[in-house]
Every structure is written in C-alpha cells, then in structure tokens.
Ligand binder design. Sequence first.
Ligand code: EPZ
Length: 421
Amino acid sequence: MDSIVIRGGRSLHGDVPISGSKNASLPILCASLLAEGKSVFRNVPDLRDIRTTSALLRHLGVHVEQTPGAVTVRNNGLTAHEAPYELVKQMRASVLVLGPLVARLGRARVSLPGGCAIGARPIDEHLRGLEAMGAHTTLDHGYVDVYAPAGGLRGASIVLEAPTVTGTENLMCAAVLAEGRTTLSNAAREPEVVELAKVLIKMGAKIHGAGTDVITIAGPSTLNPIEHSIVADRIEAGTFLVAAACTGGEIRLKGVVLDHLTALVAALRRAGVTIERDGAAVVAAGKPPFAPLEISTAPYPGFPTDMQAQIMVLMSLGAGMSTMAETIFENRFMHISELNRMGANIVQEGRVATVSGVERLQGAEVMATDLRASASLIIAGLAAEGTTTVRRVYHIDRGYEAIERKLGALGADISRIEGNL
Ligand code: EPZ
C-alpha cells in the first residue's frame, strides 16, 4: 500500500484545475445501462472508483473504454443482472446499478454493500422505493434479489424517510422506465442528483423538480444514448479551498461551480478566509489563526458531511473553541485520533467534536481510514511543522485525481512512496 510523504510549512500558491465530479460520474455511468447504443461522458475523473464502476458495467455486458478525461460506453444489450460481492465490496456505490437493472431487465441481484468505515450505510430506502413501484425484494446470502412485477415497474408516490443521495438516484433511474408518474418526496437535493437528472432528460426522460425535495418522473420514456461533460467536483474544490487557507496561501481554482459550495464558503468566510470569483475561476486566500466556527453537517444545501474532516483541520488552527456536529453518519470521526497525534486538540463526545485551536500542528506518521479522512490528514501534513507520512493512501485514490501532482504544482513538498505495507 502506497504512502504519501509531506514536508509541511509551505504555503500553496497558483492555479489548480478541478476535475469532474466523482459522485456525479458514478450514477451517470450506471444510468448508461438504461439506453442501448454509444454514450460518451467527458470530464470523468481518473479514479479508482471510476475504474471499479467500469469493471461492473463490463461484468453486466456493456463495453466501456476509458481514455484520458472521457469514458465511452457501448451498450448493445445487457448479459447479466448481478453486481457481485467482489466488486460491491470495493465500492458500495455499485448499488447504483440496482435501479437501472430492475427497470431495464425486470430483475437485479446486488450484493448488499454492507457497512464501511463511516457507518452502516443501509439501503432500506432504495428497496422500499422499488417495492412501492411494485418490485418484490428478498435477501439471499448477503445478496438482495429484486424482481419487477410482470408488467414492469409502476409509477408510485414515494416519501423518503431520509433524503438519501444514491437512494434518490436509484429511484429516479427506476422511475424513468416505470409505467406512469412517480413522485419522490423528501428527495436529496445535491448537485450530483441534478446532474444525473440532466443526463436522464438528455436521454429522453421526463423529470421535473431535481434540486428540490420533490422530484416527479413521468414514465415510461424511450431513452437514447448521449454525450455529456460531467460537472466539476465540489468536494475536491472544497478540499483545495481548505488546504490553501490552512497553509497561509492563495490559489485560483479553475472549473469549480461556486454555487455548489454555498454552505462551505459561508463557513470559510466566517473563519476569515477570503473567497472571490475571478471570471469563471475562484480565488481563495487565508492564513491561521482562524475565527472559531460552530458547524453541523446536513443534507444539501447544508454543510456537506464530505467536507467535515477537512474543515476540522482549519478549526484546529483556530483562535478559539470550535464545534462540529456530524449528523449524517454515525462513525465519521476517525480522523480525530490521527489529527490529535499531530498536535490537534479535539475531544469527541458522540456525534459532536469540540476543537480547541492550537498554534501549530506537528508532522507525524498517520493512517488513512476513509476517503475524506485521508484528505484531512494530507491538509494537516501540508500545514504542519516537519514531515508527515500518510499510510494507506489507496483511500484517497478513490476520490482525488492525482492529488500529489496537483498539490506539488501549487508548491507543496509532497511525494508518493510505492509500498507493500
Ligand atoms: C452519498 O452516499 C455520497 N456517495 C457520499 O459521499 C456522501 O457522504 C453521502 O451521499 C451524503 O452526502 C455517493 O454519492 C457515491 P445517503 P449515500 O444514502 O448515498 C441513511 C464520499 O466521500 N440511509 O445520502 O450512500 C444513511 O445511513 C462519499 O464521496 C438510510 O438510512 O449516502 C446515512 O445516515 C462518502 N437508508 C444517510 O441516510 C438508506 O436506504 C445519508 O446516506 C440510505 C441511506
């Protein structure tokens, strides 16, 4: 397993290109199962999760070709309906083939994703929504089997208990081929849901309300393959904003959609970070100590849970006491113990972390546990005095394209050590 070594204390300066969104690319690639023919998706980030999704689509009988920045999908009919444990265990977002498979083939067999480092990650809402459309679901040795009714899925009025992002995406994909109108209430409002709806509409679907908490889909639609360029990754952009501020630097982000980051930008500005539009780019500058913050993560447009670990580094370099409440996942604080080993002063009580600002962080050997925790440790290493070695960086490769190259180009002293430990 590779490690990343950082010699901290250098401020970041310069331009950084933001890659396409991982969490928009995954449901969109899975939605290509819905239409036969050749689809081309551009600005797809080159990430481990994208390669896993490509492997899953190939397993289902679809031809996938990855070239730099683009993925071409040739769907000449599906030859399987199963998402095997081998692939789902690598990436729980594989569950995103569920809706398209049931809609297209009338059945799906998907390994239950199981939990992951940050929480139990159930898919009960996905299954309840499909059942409302007439599907029958059974649990069989760690797999869930889903069968559409004889005449195919039927439109339904569905109220989600939690505004689940992939649940909303799965059910939207299922509904576009269902007979009749589907209403998804308490739907997720994330920009990635909006991007998927845009793609489905381009394919021929009739969808209204994406981005609000009530999405209506009129089915069935005849769907055609399309070309589409994926929206920028708001979480990668947010990660660079926080990294620039924590190192006392000033960077210019290209390709970012600032309107997708309103809650994060508001928090950073409260902390004393300046963030301005510069034409189509965004310029961010800041330096410690930051004003303390009180934040609770929330579904979009609230503060994103995917930025919680990263902004905790900025809180650690604050001039007072900050608090972070993680309301989405039950175990998303594993970065705290590693940050404390770097000199941070964070106390966790259940889902609330109290962060007392410190003068400096110290470089250390630390262990990545999940994708966004890895990003947090890298930011801490950039800001710390001395050398930080982040082990198990395969976590970070899931969600950040060439992160050490991008940070190096901004002046960071950072390198990757190939390793087998
Ligand atoms: C998506 O995960 C993202 N992944 C996550 O990003 C992100 O953290 C999360 O949304 C929240 O914003 C992708 O889009 C691929 P949820 P998802 O279903 O859809 C509960 C990253 O770092 N819930 O919105 O799996 C669940 O337990 C990843 O890029 C149910 O109870 O998240 C959680 O507490 C990590 N039943 C809450 O809802 C369900 O059927 C939100 O989960 C589904 C979810």
